[in-house]
Every structure is written in C-alpha cells, then in structure tokens.
Design a protein around this ligand. Structure first.
Ligand SMILES: Nc1ncnc2c1ncn2[C@@H]1O[C@H](COP(=O)(O)OP(=O)(O)OP(=O)(O)O)[C@@H](O)[C@H]1O
Length: 535
C-alpha cells in the first residue's frame, strides 16, 4: 500500500495533507511515525491561539522542557517553555509574572506570555539561537579577554536593569547555563527569568545552583539582589578558567561546607590577570563588601571611557554635531548638536545629565572634552574650561566626511562607527539612572484633534518621565497655544525651537509623533554604511 500524505482517518486534517503531500509513505504507520518526528509539526496551540508549539525540543533542563514555537501573529519563532508545577504555586506567582511581562531589556530574554495547562506552567519567551554561555566556553576553551569583557558588560547591563526595579528583581539563578547567546554578533541575554522563584519554592531542591549561590542564600536569613553579583563573579571565573567553580567538590554538601566557611573555589588560583582577579574578588566578597552591578560595570577591568568626537560642522564652525562615544560599551553613543555661539559645554552636558541621557559621573570628563574640541576648532587655547581640567594635547577627533548638517540629540545604540541618524532609542528613567538601559519606542498614530495632553502624557510615560515633567512640557506648549496634536503637526522644524523645551523633551515628543521621519537627512548626513533612516 502506498499512502501519499495523510488523507483519511479520524485524525486527518487539511493541514496534514498540505504539509505531507510531497512525501509518499509505504504504510499508514510509517506516515504516523514520520509525522511524530516532523519537527515543524504543530503539536499544541496556546489558549488564545497566538502561539503554536512545534514538535521540536530545543533543550531540557532539570525543571523544564523547551520547545520551538511560533508566534502566529508576528510570524517569528519563539521558545515554548513547559515547567511542571501545581496550579496553586502558579497562582501564587501571578504578581511576579505580571512584572516579568513588563521586563524589557536588550540583555534579558523577553517574556511574552504564559498560562497554566494540565499540571504545566507554560510560558513563551524569546528564542535564542546560539546556545548558552556555558556551551560557548566549552567550545572556545577559554575565550579571549575582549570576548569576556563584552559578555560581562552585557550581563551586568541586564542586572543593573533588573536591580533598578523597586523592589529589585532578583534573578536568583545566574549561571553560565542561564545566559544565552544570540546570532552572529554574540549578543548575550540573561534567561530563565520565569522560573527562578518557582524553583526556590520546590521543597526537593536546594535553592538555585550550589556552585553559584552566595553564602547568605544558604543561611536562610534573607538576602538581596547582591546574590546575583556573587553568581556573576562565579560566571566570570568560569569564563576565564573554563572550569565550573567548586569542581573539586563531589556533591552539594561539600560545596555548602566550603562556601559557608568562606573557602573560595580552587580554580580562583588559576586566574592570572590581576584586574580579572580583583573584579571576581569584589563580586564574591561578603555581602556588605560586595560590588553592586553598577560598581562591577565601572570596575577598571570593564571600565568605560567616554570620548567626544566631532561628526560634522558647518563652514563657520559654530554649528557642530558631536558624539560621545563610550569606548568598549559596545554599540552605545550619544549624538547631540552644539551651537558654539549660544551653548556652553557645561550647560549642554548638564542638560543631558538632567535628562538622564548621560550619567553624572562623566560630567567633568565630557565637559572638558567638549571644551577641548571648541578650543581646537577656534584654533586657540584661551577658552575657559570651567571643569578646571587641563586640556590634553591630543589632536582633534577625526571629522566625519559628512560636513555641514546638524543632527538632533539622539542616543544611538547601533555601532558607534556606523553613524546612523534617528535612532529612537533613549534612556529609561529609574532610581539608578544609567545610560545602559534602553528602550525602543515606536511612534503612535494620533488624530489631529487629540488633546495635546494625551500626546505629552504618553510621551512622558513612554520615556519613563514622571507627571511633573509631563506638566512642565505641557505648560511650555500651551503657552504657545498648542492645544491639539494637529497644532503640533502643522509646525515647521524651526518652530519647535520657540517652545523652550529641552532638546530631549522636544526630541521625545517628536519621536512619539513622527517616529523616524521628522526630518529627512540630507544626503550628506547619511551613514558611511549607506543607512538612510535618519531624522
Ligand atoms: N529561550 C531559549 N531559546 C533557545 N533554547 C532555550 C531557551 N531556553 C532554554 N533553552 C534550551 O533548553 C535547555 C533547558 O533550559 P533551562 O536550562 O533553562 O532549563 P531549567 O530546567 O530551567 O534549567 P536548570 O536545569 O539550569 O535549572 C537549555 O539548556 C537550552 O538548551
């Protein structure tokens, strides 16, 4: 008998027919056997119909099985995670799950949706394509320092973000197996967010993973977000030695004994680079001496040094487009315009700090660097630098080939070498303002008669500004008789300057309203790579 596809029988469906019509089977049972193993076969659909689980296991951990899935609305692949648990346990976590759904950071795996079904907590997350950090470490043996630095910065950016919540979100199970790598660019993301708390609830488990658990986690006296930094320190140790910490221990009890006695893992002795050793020691120190995520990212081993470069200037050299480049902070830079006749370095830097586009700690450094550029442009050395620093004798930063145009303030998360205008990425406000936290903010479609209050309040919320800021912006707009979105839409670019809004506010509102199309770049301002999505 020959069966072409699967055309009849109680389980038959058009779908099956479509999927299988190319293949001929010698028997019905062969067909069934084949379809059981077809990795693209949809085996389950989410209650809301949006997500489909495919017959393809991405991996199995001690707690969950992860399948490949499809987001049928957006058309991309996702990870379909199945975690065995009781309905009650699931219900107890409902508040935390709501928080997880709001967590959005480029270095944290996105949590899309979840539900409970038939003894399983099922949750949909972003799919990671290139395995875990642990697998990479095994593959690369010991990765080079540059790669380690890049990984560390990304993990810490994710932790800074999580810990900046109030109360802080504690991951509780940071380890190289829970850090995932994506794609060809080695983007690193923290995963396994959805189950950390649940695993802790499981009576039969030791909390977290013994090798990565800070001593205070064993003591049951309570702990805080610093446990994630301890675990990060152990991850760094694994990255640079290629060894699992406490490999010398045969079981969890031995690890417990060592950790609670303050004995460090043997492989720590193999770390030869003094900077790496110092960072690890700061991370695995007793809780009260331990680094925070912010301290760790500022450690000399990972430290970032901003540099101001001139992207373009007009002929009179009084309208400049400058960019603060954070060396080593992969893909982060801040581009802004500077009018040498009316702006001072101090004011502009202060404004960017106030708007949390730049971190406070670089104030003197960046102010000084802008003044250095101004002096060099003016060809003099007598312009006062109120930062009180000595001007370095370095030559002026190389000019960008696109001279003549002035770009608006933008925080560009693309490669600083690639001067893409018009990124709508801006910093988010949090209790620990930092340039590391970014959010993509798409424009919204407002009708012309929408009250201006709606647009401004939405903008403030989208950019994590409080109601005070929104009211301040509204006052300034209303003073100029701007009452509806239509009033704003009618304006010329030059009219915006009359509102007395800060560069950030004006930029944020315009982004919200127009997205990336508010001002086309002149051909001169296109990026060297030919990208044409400027402001
Ligand atoms: N988002 C994802 N994208 C791709 N693969 C994933 C993803 N999440 C998990 N996996 C795969 O599934 C495996 C099991 O996941 P994970 O290790 O998180 O399970 P677990 O039971 O929570 O973990 P553990 O045993 O470490 O406590 C991973 O090793 C990985 O191969």
């Amino acid at each position: 008998m020959s069966v072409r596809g699967y055309q009849s029988g109680s389980e038959g469906s058009d779908n099956h027919h479509d999927e299988e019509h190319e293949r001929t089977f010698s028997s019905f049972s062969e067909y069934i056997d084949h379809s059981k193993h077809d990795p693209e076969k949809v085996v389950e659909v989410s209650p809301n119909g949006r997500y489909a689980k495919l017959n393809s296991v991405l991996g199995k951990g001690a707690y969950k099985i992860v399948y490949k899935g499809i987001d049928r609305e957006e058309g991309y692949e996702v990870a379909w995670n199945c975690f065995q648990t009781s309905k009650q346990e699931y219900a107890e976590l409902s508040q935390e799950i709501e928080i997880l759904k709001r967590v959005r950071h480029p270095n944290i795996i996105n949590f899309h949706d979840c539900w409970y079904s038939n003894t399983e907590f099922i949750f949909i997350t972003e799919l990671m394509t290139s395995g875990t950090l642990r697998e990479y470490i095994r593959k690369l043996q010991t990765p080079n320092v540059k790669v380690v630095k890049r990984w560390c910065r990304q993990i810490l950016k994710g932790l800074i973000y999580l810990h900046s919540y109030d109360p802080p979100i504690i991951h509780r199970d940071i380890k190289c197996d829970n850090i995932f790598i994506n794609g060809a660019h080695g983007e690193v993301k923290i995963g396994d967010m959805g189950t950390a708390k649940m695993k802790i609830g499981k009576k039969y488990t030791v909390i977290g993973t013994p090798e990565f658990m800070a001593p205070e986690m064993y003591e049951e006296k309570g702990y805080n977000e610093k446990v994630d930094i301890y675990a990060f320190g152990m991850c760094l140790l694994e990255m640079v030695t290629g060894e699992y910490p406490y490999n010398e221990c045969k079981n969890a009890a031995q690890i417990f004994k060592k950790v609670t006695q303050g004995l460090k893992p043997d492989c720590l002795a193999k770390v030869t680079d003094p900077e790496v050793l110092s960072l690890i020691n700061h991370c695995i120190a007793p809780e009260h001496e331990r680094y925070s995520a912010q301290d760790a990212i500022e450690d000399p081993f990972l430290g970032v040094e901003p540099e101001v470069v001139v992207l373009s200037t007009n002929e009179a050299k009084n309208h400049l487009t400058l960019q603060v480049v954070f060396k080593g902070m992969d893909k982060l830079s801040v581009k802004f315009e500077f009018n040498a006749d009316t702006d001072t370095a101090e004011e502009v830097v202060n404004e960017m700090i106030e708007e949390q586009v730049l971190p406070q700690r670089y104030q003197r450094f960046i102010t000084h660097d802008i003044n250095r550029i101004l002096r060099e442009l003016a060809g003099t050395s007598d312009k006062k630098d109120s930062a009180g620093l000595h001007a370095p004798s370095s030559p002026m930063a190389p000019m960008h080939p696109s001279q003549g145009a002035v770009a608006p303030l933008t925080l560009d998360t693309s490669n600083p070498q690639t001067l893409v205008g018009g990124s709508t990425t801006l910093t988010r406000r949090n209790s620990n303002p930092d340039y590391n936290s970014e959010m993509e903010l798409p424009p919204k479609d407002y009708s012309a008669d929408t009250p201006i209050d709606d647009l401004v309040n939405d903008t403030a919320m989208a950019y994590h500004r409080g109601p005070d800021k929104a009211n301040e912006w509204l006052d300034k707009l209303k003073k100029q008789d701007i009452m509806t979105v239509g009033d704003l839409k009618d304006l010329q670019d030059s009219d915006w300057a009359g509102f007395d809004l800060t560069v950030f506010a004006s930029r944020a509102i315009r982004n919200r309203l127009f997205g990336k199309t508010i001002k086309r770049p002149s051909p001169m301002t296109r990026s060297p790579s030919g990208t044409d999505d400027g402001i």
